[in-house]
Design a protein around this ligand. Sequence first.
Ligand SMILES: NC(=O)c1ccc[n+]([C@@H]2O[C@H](COP(=O)([O-])OP(=O)(O)OC[C@H]3O[C@@H](n4cnc5c(N)ncnc54)[C@H](OP(=O)(O)O)[C@@H]3O)[C@@H](O)[C@H]2O)c1
Length: 272
Amino acid sequence: MQTHSKVVLITGASSGIGRAAARHLAELGYRVYGTSRGACPDTGGVTMLQMDVTDADAVSAGIQTILAREGRLDVVVNNAGFGYGGAVEETSIDEARATFETNVFGVLRVCRAALPVMRAQGAGIIVNVSSIGGLMGMPFQGLYAASKFAVEGLTETLRMEVKAFGIDVVLLEPGDIRTDFTARRRTTAEAAASDIYREQYARTLDKIAADEQGGADPQVAAKTLARILASRRPRLRYTTGPVYQKLAVFVKRIVPHALFEWVLMQNFAMKR
Ligand SMILES: NC(=O)c1ccc[n+]([C@@H]2O[C@H](COP(=O)([O-])OP(=O)(O)OC[C@H]3O[C@@H](n4cnc5c(N)ncnc54)[C@H](OP(=O)(O)O)[C@@H]3O)[C@@H](O)[C@H]2O)c1
C-alpha cells in the first residue's frame, strides 16, 4: 500500500462518488475528511464533518476543524451536488437559485475558505467535480447543465489565478455513474404539474435514469481522482465514466454542432 500524509477534504462524501473517493483515498493513506449535511458516522477511515456548502459559516467551521486537527489542508474536492429535472421553461428562479447555491456558489464558498490556507502553505490542489453535462447541454437538465458550465468557467479562471501560489485547480468530469443522484433528482414544481412537456419529459427522463443506473461504478471516478492527485502536473480536465461518453466529449469538439445535436436528441429520445 502507498502511504501519503496529505490532508483531503471531500464535500458530499455521504454517498456516491464522494463516498467512494473518500474511502479509496483513505485506503491509499491520505488523511480524509468528508462532509454531509446531516450527521454521518465516520466510516472506512474517513472522518465525517457536518457541513452544508450553502452555508458559509458551516464551510468555514469545517475547514477550521480540519486545520485545528491537522495543521494543513492539501486537497479539496468540491463534489457536493444535485440536479433538478424539468424543462427550462418550467424551472422557477427559486429552483435555479437552489441549484446554483449548491453546485456553483457551494464550490465558490469552499474555494474561498480553502485558498488562504493553501496560499499560506504555497501548495494545494482543488478538484472541482463538474460533469459531462458541463460540456454539453442535456434535455430537461438545463439548470443542472448551466450550473456545471459555470463550474467549468470558474475553474478555468481560478486555475490561472492561483498557479503562481503553487496551487493546482482541476476539473473532474464524470459521465454516467451509478449513484443516488438519480433517486435524489428533484422534479421542478411546474414540470410536475403541467402537461406541456409531460410525455417528452417522461420518455427522456426514463432514458437518463436508465443510463445513469447502467453507468460506471463510483470506484471508477474514485480511481481517476487518485490519479489526478498522484500527478505531478495535473491537466485542467479529466473525464471519467463510460467510454462512449468520454468519446462524445471528443466528438463534440470535432463535428458540426447540427450533427452532434442530432445524435444527442436521438440518444435522449427527443422529438424533432
Ligand atoms: N452520478 C452521475 O452520473 C454524475 C455524473 C456527472 C457528475 N456528477 C456529479 O458528481 C457529484 C456527486 O454526485 P453523486 O452522483 O455521487 O450523487 P449522490 O450520490 O446523490 O451524492 C451527492 C452528495 O452531495 C451531497 N450534497 C448535496 N447537496 C449538498 C449541500 N447543499 N451541501 C453539502 N453536501 C451536499 C450529498 O450529501 P448529504 O445529502 O449527506 O448532504 C451527497 O453526499 C455531483 O456534483 C454531481 O453533479 C454525477
